[in-house]
Design a protein around this ligand. Structure first.
Ligand code: GTP
Ligand code: MG
Length: 317
């Protein structure tokens, strides 16, 4: 099977998605886009003071110093080279810069031509791994795929039950073993079962917290190694789930996980509850990792594939 997105969305769906995205980004729009508009429409004239005001707005959205510095440098360069005279034109230039930053990093995942696509979900506790698996599983099932989930968090009480509840709700199989089982054994059995049952996709849930961070990384690495024994190319995708509300702190988290596991893509959750959505730009630009999905709410449909153009448009709309 071809694991690529095969979304055929109607115009109606598109506008519904966009409205949902806009609503989910309301808080970041308040910090970033509304701030930019305020500066541009304010009384400050072109010059150092205006740049300073813009810098402050960018930082308030948690875009981070390196990305802010890059944006401002590019913006000033473009302003010098072009014949921009009106302050309002800054908005369009800024939008294009932000869009280009997101566009630069493309998804590069080797999807299987046959057999199940194995997706491993990782991230610190509470970031939204299990919820994201539930939402994604529902999404792919709706697209006609045979989807399975596996409860690889055997450490935390009720973690398995949480995933089972999602599986029941969506009506898909959930592979699990008793609490305390080696998670890589669960993953091994689950991937084997997915092969036998001719599943199109299997999501491996993992723990977010163990006794130490080192233990967690070692456990995740082991799961990755063990899964390879069943399917050499697996896991086809390792998705790191980051909670938008922690803003710039998610960068250090991402670096840690990426070093240990070589992450393929990012899922950013809880954008709806955060004004720190500017962090999306620094994650992509500084870590060179593509954002695959964003979470804009707790409901099953509140997870959207990340589209740089829609994201920037929804922010500034
Ligand atoms: N508002 C909002 N809440 C979300 C989103 N994604 C997840 N959540 C909530 O975040 C909380 C934690 O989500 P989980 O999926 O349990 O997180 P986890 O990473 O599996 O956590 P552990 O299993 O403890 O490692 C839940 O209450 C979810 O409903 C989102 O996009 N928006
Ligand atoms: Mg979980």
């Amino acid at each position: 099977m071809n694991g690529q997105e095969k979304d055929i969305v109607s115009k109606n769906d598109k506008s519904r998605f966009f409205s949902r995205l806009k609503l989910g980004l309301k808080k970041t729009r308040g910090s970033l886009a509304s701030g930019v508009m305020r500066v541009v429409n304010g009384s400050t004239k072109f010059g150092p003071e205006l740049w300073e005001e813009l810098e402050e707005v960018l930082l308030a959205s948690d875009i981070g110093v390196p990305t802010m510095t890059w944006v401002m440098g590019e913006l000033k360069k473009e302003m010098q080279e072009s014949t921009v005279e009106k302050k309002e034109e800054i908005v369009q230039l800024l939008k294009e810069l932000l869009f280009n930053a997101l566009e630069e990093v493309q998804v590069d995942t080797a999807y299987p031509l046959e057999g199940p696509c194995v997706v491993m979900m990782i991230g610190v506790n509470g970031s939204g791994k299990t919820t994201t698996i539930g939402k994604l599983a529902a999404r792919y099932k709706r697209q006609g795929e045979l989807v399975m989930v596996a409860a690889g968090d055997t450490f935390r009480a009720a973690a398995t039950e949480q995933l089972q509840a999602w599986a029941q709700r969506i009506d898909i199989p959930c592979v699990y073993q008793k609490k305390g089982t080696d998670p890589s054994a669960v993953a091994y059995d689950a991937v084997q079962s997915a092969v036998v049952k001719k599943m199109d996709r299997i999501f491996l849930d993992t723990a977010g917290r163990l006794q130490t961070n080192k233990n967690l990384m070692e456990e995740l690495k082991k799961i990755k190694r063990v899964v390879k024994k069943v399917i050499n190319e697996a896991p086809h995708e390792i998705l790191l789930v980051l909670d938008a509300s922690i803003g710039q702190n998610s960068l250090s988290q991402a670096r840690l996980f990426n070093e240990a596991l070589d992450v393929d893509g990012i899922v950013i959750t809880k954008l709806d509850g955060s004004s720190k959505g500017g962090v999306v730009f620094s994650i992509v630009r500084e870590l060179k990792l593509p954002v695959r999905f964003i979470g804009v709410g707790e409901q099953i449909d509140d997870l959207q594939p990340f589209d740089p153009r829609s994201f920037v448009e929804a922010l500034f709309d």
